[in-house]
Design a protein around this ligand. Structure first.
Ligand code: PLP
Length: 435
């Protein structure tokens, strides 16, 4: 287990300094720069199971797990072997493979609403295309999203979109044409009345409502009872499509999605992260009727050189097969629960007020006075305390997502012992905040 002293990160610092000379901000995705917590970003060297080692050889218990993609943890030996075998057979063909058919079949097992799917390389591509399809199918232009929900970096999604933008205090992004931004309407998460108002104000102009069925990009905010069913009813009544962005929740909470768990079926679903098993794969899908508007069957265009990449398909198949093992999700749920209870206990001991919000193996400790139901609530958190807590945890060998507005991801590779160590680190870290 990692030591309890402030770590030597000299080599990481050097690599990051060199990185800044060639990569924008030293990173390829903004949150990796640790902007919200300060200090030298972790420069990853290698990882196995629940542990990640930085360039200086320091070990961390990893609760980022590639932002949730690695539900089985890092470098699962059998998946690594399958990938090595696939690499020898070729890494990309630009032709259809049986692997795509197999992974699509597995997706449909978990998501009966996916009569047809299309694989792409990133969640961003999946959500962008789902919106294009929704507009084509309805002949309408407006999109409703929720403040604090993140759907990738497509132009139309970059307003009040939680996660990285919240971390950096960016409300909307320059470079998005005003005409495009004007087509996105923001509603309040867990507030059906706010959606209803938008439908009243823009009758027969809204193509789709897109939502994270469990919000995980403003920190974890589960849907209030009736919220998802209410969205289903409202969209149906107004002739709009309902899109569940299950890029995080897909195969995270059960073998299926939040739609399985909450019994609400959307028109379109987007998937990513877990379905690629740590390689770049994502997908969108829905009813045959809707999906067959896409080329080559229909006129709506979308394509990709590396779409359905055989390495990514293989990683996805091998991952999903293991998720079907009896008791897999019960065990993961139990770990999430023990961790959440442990953090609550540590909070109580420390006399600090915080909110531990959880859905299965997704959880966030908000430094907030009240339970967080929406983006306003999330933004009210004490991000300074979070930053101090983050570093106290890092010093104790626990790598949390470096922002208050992200979910911690527990993987199947985290052992009960790891969870106990994490709770102990939490207790010490909260204590250290008092000092
Ligand atoms: C990560 C994420 C995306 C974007 O996926 P990328 O693969 O990073 O483009 C979209 N929606 C949700 C809910 C996500 O968490």
């Amino acid at each position: 287990m990692p030591d309890m002293t402030t770590k030597n990160r000299k080599r990481s610092e050097q690599i990051f300094a060199r990185g800044r000379e060639v990569l924008v901000g030293g990173v390829d995705s903004p949150v990796r720069a640790f902007g919200a917590v300060g200090g030298t970003p972790v420069v990853a060297d290698h990882a196995a199971g629940a542990q990640l080692w930085d360039a200086d050889g320091n070990a961390y218990l990893d609760y980022v797990c590639s932002w949730g993609a690695l539900v089985l943890g890092h470098a699962h030996p059998e998946i690594v072997a399958a990938l090595a075998e696939q690499a020898r057979r070729g890494t990309s063909y630009g032709m259809t493979t049986e692997l795509e058919v197999e992974l699509a079949t597995l997706l449909r097992k978990g998501f009966p609403s996916l009569e047809r799917v299309r694989f792409v390389c990133s969640g961003t591509e999946a959500t962008m295309t789902a919106i294009r399809l929704a507009r084509a199918a309805t002949g309408r232009d407006l999109i409703v999203k929720f403040e604090g929900c993140y759907h990738g970096h497509g132009d139309g999604f970059l307003s009040k979109s939680g996660s990285g933008l919240a971390t950096f205090g960016i409300a909307a992004s320059p470079g998005v044409p005003q005409a495009t931004a004007a087509l996105t309407l923001n509603a309040v998460y867990n507030d059906l009345a706010s959606v209803e108002r938008l439908f009243s104000a823009h009758a027969e102009a809204i193509a789709a409502v897109i939502v994270e069925p469990v919000a995980a990009n403003m920190g974890v905010v589960p849907p209030a009872p009736g919220f998802l069913a209410g969205l289903r009813e409202l969209t149906r009544r107004h002739g709009a499509l309902l899109i569940f962005d299950e890029v995080i929740t897909g195969f995270r909470l059960c073998f299926g999605g939040a739609q399985t768990l909450y019994g609400v079926e959307p028109d379109l679903t987007t998937l990513g992260k877990i379905i690629g098993g740590g390689l770049p794969a994502a997908a969108y899908g829905g009813s045959r009727e809707l999906m067959e508007r896409m080329a080559p069957v229909g006129p709506v265009y979308q394509a990709g050189t590396l779409s359905g990449n055989p390495l990514a398909m293989r990683a996805g198949i091998e991952t999903l097969k293991r998720l079907m093992a009896p008791g897999f999700y019960e065990e993961l749920e139990e770990k999430g629960k023990v961790l959440a209870e442990g953090i609550c206990g540590a909070l109580a001991e420390s006399g600090r007020v915080g909110q531990v919000q959880r859905a299965g193996s997704l959880l966030t400790l908000f430094f907030a006075e009240e339970p967080v139901r929406d983006y306003e609530g999330a933004k009210g958190s004490d991000t300074k305390s979070f930053a101090a807590f983050f570093h106290a945890m890092l010093d104790r060998g626990v790598l949390l997502p470096p922002s208050q507005f992200e979910a911690w991801f527990v993987s199947a590779a985290h052992t009960q012992e790891n969870i106990r160590q994490t709770i102990a680190a939490c207790r010490e870290s909260l204590e250290a905040l008092r000092a």
